[in-house]
Design a protein around this ligand. Sequence first.
Ligand code: PEP
Ligand code: MN
Length: 346
Amino acid sequence: MVVIFEEEATEDEIENVIKVLNDFGFDVHRSTGVSRTIVGAIGVKPDFDHRQIQVLPGVDEVYRVTEPYKLANRSFKPEGTIIDVKGVKIGGNEVVVMAGPCAVENEQQLFAVAEHVAKNGAKILRGGAFKPRTSPYSFQGMGEDGLKLLRKAGDEFGLVVVTEVMDRSQIEAVAEYADILQVGARNMQNFTLLRDLGKISKPIMLKRGLAATVEEWLMAAEYILAGGNRDVMLCERGIRTFENSTRNTLDINAIPVVHKKSHLPVIVDPSHATGIREKVVPVARAAVAVGADGIMVEVHNDPGKALSDGPQSLYPEQFTQMMKEIRLIAEAIGREIPAQSVLEKP
Ligand code: PEP
Ligand code: MN
């Protein structure tokens, strides 16, 4: 159930409604919007007569949310969520660009890529320190040393850092060095991991599972939100279909679909969606045109020698060209991609 308060509702009136809901046994989540407060009341009470809340002072509207995702539901935050990470706003008017290598390999590689992407307008540095590889014999990432390098490169070039956390046991270390914690596609329904991420105070980027429906994806986000962490962004990275000419099939429909159903920002990852370097830039253009709040691409200074995902990693010059093109598209739809990172060095 969602309770929308009148614009002029007082704090006492809001508190009173929260108390009444608590007394009825609901779990209450408050969202303070630009002009109004909204309260989500969660609890399975089929016989509850919502008029009991409707009549309370300060209440404007009360209605049932029929979808199973309540806190991720657009009705809980109609104006949309903007996640502010060190001044970089995800979900606002700017289309935020995240870029970096698939995996952190060494300092020279990471710094070369980070410098290039920062100079060309990326705001967020990506790079895996813990890598979920299909084969146990493939490079598994540098682990904690990789996290340290990411932090160092982020600080050096004024970039926010996003990296994957694969397991609950890694949360503490990843949260110490990264600004945003990524949940990989293969972990989208790792519910114990999601629950633990609900308890931390760093933003989470939740990638869509390889065969997950939009509803399953939003329910996975709901786990994190229900734990108390409100800073969740989603990432569409392509799904498994019968088509095998590309690594995955980007579900471009999912972006407007999720924007309608949910208030959470949506990022698009054309690198894992296509798996082929030459397809990444055209698909990134489409992602911006369709309304993605950000895009995440893999870039490598020497893709031919990359330890993982070389074939889908952009050459630095391709990244430069991509930025020029997506900037024009962003402008055409009333959004923006500023020319260069403006983050201050710490
Ligand atoms: C990644 O972004 O590093 C990654 C492994 O992607 P995904 O989980 O989408 O496969
Ligand atoms: Mn990769």
